[in-house]
Design a protein around this ligand. Structure first.
Ligand code: HEC
Length: 159
């Protein structure tokens, strides 16, 4: 029956490759609508993890707002050193003093998108998903360049 086992093994192997390939194919392009669809429907960010050193609602700095939560997808969470792996997404909910959700800012690592600045695609969404600004906004990139040696990430330190 060794033959049967080999076939089973091969089928499982093929299925694994197939599933990995479809999971990758599902990643959105550097497009605000596709990314919103991904983070709210395909893989709702509210079910993602927090960095171990940055959990839940925390106080923040301008310009993002008084309080925030930073969610990270599995690809980001699994990146133990810089640069983060392609496909990494960080979603930051920004709240005002009264803890009302004001904006959702996102960084999404896309291969070849912006090699000069870590290949991050940046978006600021309204709570309802209206994107403005997005792409490579100078504001986001310049300020986050202060953390360029940490792959433009402020809230979590990589080793
Ligand atoms: C003036 C500086 C500044 C600008 C401009 C800025 N950020 Fe940030 N950003 C920060 C700081 C500081 C943090 C750390 C959390 C905090 O204090 O709010 C942060 C955190 C983040 C995070 C969580 C991951 C991380 O880096 O720690 C995301 C996502 C993010 N910013 C996206 C954006 C986007 C998108 C824009 C442009 C629309 C933007 N930021 C503009 C300073 C800035």
């Amino acid at each position: 029956m060794a033959h049967g086992k080999k076939i089973t093994g091969f089928v499982i192997f093929c299925l694994t490759i197939f599933m990995a390939a479809t999971a990758m194919a599902k990643m959105p392009g550097p497009d605000p609508k596709e990314l919103w669809e991904h983070i709210t429907k395909t893989s709702p960010y509210t079910q993602w993890k927090f960095w171990d050193d940055h959990k839940g609602m925390l106080e923040g700095d301008e310009p993002h707002g008084s309080f925030h939560k930073v969610y990270v997808n599995d690809i980001a969470y699994g990146s133990s050193s810089v640069p983060l792996e392609y496909g990494a997404i960080e979603v930051k909910e920004n709240y005002n003093k009264k803890e009302k959700l004001m904006a959702i800012t996102v960084m999404y690592k896309v291969k070849g998108y912006n090699p000069e600045a870590g290949d991050w695609f940046w978006v600021r969404y309204s709570p309802k998903g209206k994107a403005k600004p997005y792409g490579k906004p100078k504001g986001c990139v310049n300020c986050h360049s202060g953390a360029a040696d940490n792959d433009f990430v402020f809230v979590h330190e990589f080793k």
